[in-house]
Write a protein that binds this ligand. Structure first.
Ligand SMILES: [Zn+2]
Length: 258
């Protein structure tokens, strides 16, 4: 017997039709879009490397300030994993949709740069990025690539070349404010779209989790593609409970080529 199809073809076709009708599409992505690229979910406990310590504690701003060496020791194996990761079919599908004019904006909760590696241009990073580091003393910003290999190889804590202050990756740690410019831009995009697509996010982290509601409350359609249910599934036009790396390439093909 053949296995059943992984997603209902009708749901895929409904989702593709919503893309074709939409004029402003915003895609909200979370950890689920990067797990097929081998990046463990930053915020779930008990999975992969992140489980060696309590992320809420060690990946917090207060730990970074008081015991930066503890933060960097915990972070070190992850950095290599993230820098070496390659985009998967879901990232590439979103880049294809943008190129074809079928999607305008990605709002991501990820820090892994995989959307950009896949070719997406308009990406709003709600939790910052590992691409750059900033000095905790003089605020000068550096490209991570200058420091990353040495840090991975021998654990050398990155120091500012100007004032020798400790450099902090430009990712949002627990207990840290979201970047205001990104948050404002994300809200404007969510409120102005006519189709919101949630892809690989369980929508558990506020305030980003509230963005789809802002879109739906203003009349936007909603597609949710995620392995597990989200709070907003009841408001969605189409829900596909499946792996984004399987679904998004097929959806993009239908949305772009009819
Ligand atoms: Zn400095």
């Amino acid at each position: 017997m053949n296995p059943p199809p992984r997603a209902d073809g009708a749901a895929l076709e409904d989702a593709a039709e919503l893309f074709r009708q939409a004029r402003r599409v915003v895609v909200l992505t979370g950890a689920g879009i990067s797990t097929p690229s081998g990046i463990p979910d930053f915020r779930s406990e008990g999975k992969g490397l992140w489980s060696r310590d309590e992320p809420m504690d060690v990946a917090s701003l207060s730990t970074f300030r008081t015991h930066p060496e503890r933060f960097f020791r915990w972070f070190r194996p992850l950095v290599g994993q993230i820098f070496d990761a390659q985009p998967n079919g879901a990232h590439r599908a979103l880049a294809d949709l943008e190129k074809a004019g079928a999607a305008q904006t990605i709002i991501t909760q990820n820090i892994d740069m995989l959307h950009q590696k896949a070719g997406s241009k308009h990406v709003i990073e709600m939790h910052g990025t590992l691409k750059t580091l900033s000095c905790t003393r003089c605020y000068k910003q550096f490209d991570s690539s200058e420091f990353v290999r040495r840090f991975i190889d021998d654990g050398t804590i990155p120091l500012c070349q100007k004032c020798s202050g400790i450099l902090k990756p430009d990712v949002i740690l627990f207990g840290e404010q979201l970047p205001q410019a990104a948050w404002f831009e994300a809200q404007t995009a969510a409120r102005g779209c006519d189709l919101m697509v949630v892809a690989g996010s369980s929508l558990e982290v506020l305030p980003v989790a509230g963005l789809p509601m802002q879109a739906v409350d203003r009349g936007a359609h909603l597609i949710v593609i995620n392995n597990s249910p989200t709070y907003i599934n009841v408001r969605a036009d189409v829900v596909i409970m499946d792996d984004v790396a399987t679904i998004l390439p097929e959806l993009a093909k239908r949305a772009i080529h009819g």
